[in-house]
Design a protein around this ligand. Structure first.
Ligand code: HEC
Ligand SMILES: [Cu+2]
Length: 330
């Protein structure tokens, strides 16, 4: 009996230890804001965490003390039951009430952290799809990897093509809903160049877990160069180098869903005009390498079951040819 109780206690300890371990292994760390908006949320998080932690310690400490100090002893009569204690009850209702009011006031204050739209703000339209992200910049379209310039305000217009999604890049911005038929606005100003991971934060179907995105905050000159490149159509040279791949692209009706500027203009799937310049495919599910790309083109379902990219009966050689073409779209 005693041994079983010990085993239960050990199991509980393991479960408790897994929680911080899982948090540390998470792909992103929601409590280290890198912009004005994200910092205000991080600050609130730590405030509430500190209050909750303090109470955890006080309550657990009292509980342990009571268990040990007032444990039943051999031959002792049962204690007299106590009913009600007005003064004590007023304290334990009053203190939590005061704390909740304080947290409410701080929350309202932080929710109001919204800077005015700057005259040179960069407008980007984000459209959530099951299960990938479409980004429309002035003069270019891209998917799954968002580039933003450091030091310039970014003005996001958030939309959805199907169900409710949620844009969440914890270090840059709080969660913002993407609702079909409604445009939500969100602004933030990236401060540090770098790579920030994000994800869809609203359960949106089977592959919700692989609706990841990456934000690259670039130096302004790098961003301008990147954007100018993304606005370019595919060069005639690349097209003439990949005649066979283009035939496969047409024969398999890839262009019914995908756009490649100057080749096809499908709207149901990520724009592939500059696929070669992205580091991942399938909204983060695979690294963008020629082997992964060929495997994805043959059978995307193997990596992302249920996604709207169908399985194709392509020989290995054909898949590799298509992959080589797409990798050259930089
Ligand atoms: C019925 C529509 C449809 C057709 C036809 C289609 N795709 Fe896709 N494709 C998709 C969708 C939807 C996605 C996004 C999947 C996801 O990430 O959930 C996708 C993703 C991709 C990606 C990864 C893009 C990225 O940025 O992550 C590549 C590459 C790709 N498709 C290539 C092809 C090729 C090559 C063909 C033709 C052999 C093709 N697709 C045919 C719907 C389609
Ligand atoms: Cu989603």
């Amino acid at each position: 009996m005693r041994r079983r109780r010990l085993a239960g206690f050990a199991a509980a300890l393991v479960v408790l230890a897994c929680w911080p371990a899982a948090a540390l292994a998470a792909p992103f760390w929601p409590v280290s804001g890198q912009t004005l908006q994200a910092r205000s949320i991080s600050w609130l998080f730590w405030l509430v965490m500190a209050i909750a932690g303090l109470f955890l310690l006080v309550v657990l400490g009292t509980l342990l003390y009571v268990i040990v100090a007032f444990r039943g002893r051999e031959g002792q009569p049962d204690p007299r039951p106590v009913y009600g204690h007005l003064r004590l009850e007023m304290w334990w209702a009053g203190i939590p009430f005061a704390i909740l009011v304080a947290v409410f006031i701080f929350t309202v204050r932080e929710v109001g952290v919204e800077t005015a739209i700057a005259p040179d703000a960069l407008p980007i339209t984000l459209i959530g799809h099951q299960w990938w992200w479409e980004f429309q910049y002035p003069g270019a379209v891209s998917a799954n990897e968002l580039h933003v310039p450091v030091g310039r305000q970014v003005r996001l217009q958030l939309l959805s093509a199907d169900v409710v999604h949620n844009f969440w890049v914890p270090e840059l911005a709080g969660k913002e809903q993407m609702v079909p038929g409604q445009t939500n606005l969100w602004t933030f100003t990236p401060e540090q160049p770098g790579r920030y991971d994000g994800a869809c934060a609203e359960y949106c179907g089977t592959q919700h877990g692989w609706m990841r995105l990456t934000v690259f905050a670039d130096a302004p000159a790098d961003f301008d160069r990147w954007l100018a490149g993304q606005g370019q159509p595919v060069s005639q040279q690349v097209l003439s180098q990949h005649q066979d791949a283009l035939r496969l692209y047409t024969a398999n009706a890839c262009g019914a869903c995908h756009a490649i500027s100057g080749v096809s203009n499908g709207k149901a799937a990520p724009d592939l005009t500059h696929l070669g310049s992205r580091s991942t495919i399938g909204a983060g599910v695979l690294q963008n390498t020629p082997d992964n790309l060929a495997a994805w083109i043959q059978d995307a379902q193997q990596f992302k079951p249920g996604s709207y990219m169908p399985k194709f009966r392509l020989s290995d050689a054909d898949a590799r040819q298509l992959a080589a073409f797409l990798e050259d779209l930089r």
